[in-house]
Design a protein around this ligand. Structure first.
Ligand SMILES: [Zn+2]
Length: 407
């Protein structure tokens, strides 16, 4: 049992969070045992972390493991960026040794940033996806991981035939679903441009039968959207996914920038989830996410780094950018913090297990060294420059996966 004397900050609702000053948090691999005010008579055996802040482990609902090494590779927009930087880099993961070194590096970087749960696309090779799962399993990560599917309009070194994309994804699902309580498989068609209708429809039937998770990209870039509407002879991008059966409560759509009102209705009616990735959206000049429109429809929004179009895995940086990249609408610190923690956990159906600091929840924790800031200003400081606060320790399911402390 670990027992620490520290300050804690935890979300309560989308609009409220609470600080517990000078408290003790105790946990083991079964979960958080208790949180209580420090009592010198009972707690003299605590580790002293009074100069630190304990948060729930941070959650990233959209990231690309195999792109980790090309963060910041410059191109003015999405489709040429994919061709010039992303596809050549993902092709390198056909080599298992390369895929393994990127996966190990990626998970260590996540933990060093205080991220405990992530939703991941891998390169479009079965073995690279299997290697990512093995790395997550060994390192202690909590993750949803999917083999990127692409059987159309893709470069020869990456393109899969339809049977490979489908059957290998199903095999990975069968291998990893229910295997480890921290890991799950997520079906991952890259986007409508690179997937055939046949592949997406077969995938939709499987995920509906099993209640499996699915992630893809939706309406990121105007040129992409025009091509999708032409290829599928559809009036909207969301309608393409709807007609193929991909709109489910276990479907996570990244970006969703350029949508008509009827598309928001479809996403709301089907209880779909949105991965909002503001850093990526402005790096590639894709456009501004209409946060208030999604909020008004009651659609669940999560925050993602979208590395490598997002330039860092540090989710506190993405909290800041989520506010900065709304040109009119302002997101409060309470809301930003909720998105990184309990909100992202809820989006993934994990809010009973993780996302806040409560006895009985699993111990996914992030400790940060904080500058001397008054408590009333701490949450805002965390959301707007917390990415500069050093992470001292990251814990997943009670196990320390990262420590910057001596000894
Ligand atoms: Zn992405």
């Amino acid at each position: 049992m670990r027992k620490l004397r520290t300050k804690l900050l935890t979300p309560l609702t989308p609009d409220a969070a609470v600080i517990y000053k000078d408290h003790v948090i105790a946990w083991d691999d079964a979960g958080i045992s208790y949180i209580r005010r420090y009592d010198p008579a009972l707690d003299s055996d605590c580790e002293n972390r009074r100069d630190q802040l304990c948060l729930p482990g941070l959650i990233d609902v959209h990231t690309h493991l195999s792109q980790y090494r090309i963060r910041g590779a410059y191109e003015p927009s999405l489709l040429s960026w994919l061709d010039r930087h992303v596809f050549p880099e993902e092709a390198r993961s056909a080599d298992p040794a390369y895929a393994r070194s990127v996966a190990d590096e990626f998970f260590q970087a996540l933990f060093a940033a205080g991220t405990t749960t992530s939703v991941i696309y891998t390169a479009p090779f079965h073995e690279a996806c299997e290697i990512a799962f093995a790395s997550a399993d060994a390192s202690g990560a909590r993750a949803f991981i999917g083999l990127t599917m692409m059987d159309r309009n893709s470069p020869p070194e990456l393109i899969q035939n339809t049977d490979y994309a489908y059957s290998r994804s199903v095999a990975l699902y069968e291998r990893w679903h229910g295997q480890n309580p921290r890991l799950d498989y997520i079906f991952t068609p890259r986007f409508a441009l690179s997937c055939s209708a046949e592949l997406m429809a077969k995938t939709a039937r499987f995920i509906s039968d099993r209640g499996a998770w699915l992630q893809t990209h939706l309406s990121e870039n105007l040129q992409e959207i025009a091509s999708v509407l032409k290829i599928f002879k559809a009036s909207t991008y969301t309608q393409v996914y709807e007609q193929l059966g991909l709109l489910t409560p276990h479907s996570i759509f990244a970006h969703a920038i350029h949508l008509a009102g009827s598309e928001l209705d479809l996403l709301a009616e089907n209880n779909c989830r949105i991965a909002h990735c503001p850093d990526s959206n402005f790096f590639l000049k894709s456009g501004e996410f209409n946060y208030p429109a999604f909020e008004a429809k009651g659609i669940q929004i999560g925050l993602g780094s979208d590395v490598a179009a997002g330039t860092t895995l540090n989710m506190l940086y993405h909290a800041k950018i989520a506010n900065f990249r709304q040109s009119v609408h302002s997101l409060k610190p309470q809301r930003l913090f909720y998105h990184l923690t309990l909100g992202n956990a809820r989006l993934l159906g994990l809010d009973e297990r993780i996302g806040s600091l409560e006895p009985g929840k699993e111990a996914d924790l992030c400790f940060l060294k904080t500058p001397p800031i008054p408590d009333e200003d701490l949450l805002a400081a965390l959301c707007f420059w917390g990415h500069e606060f050093p992470v001292t320790e990251t814990v997943i399911a009670g196990r320390t996966v990262f420590s910057a402390l001596e000894g």
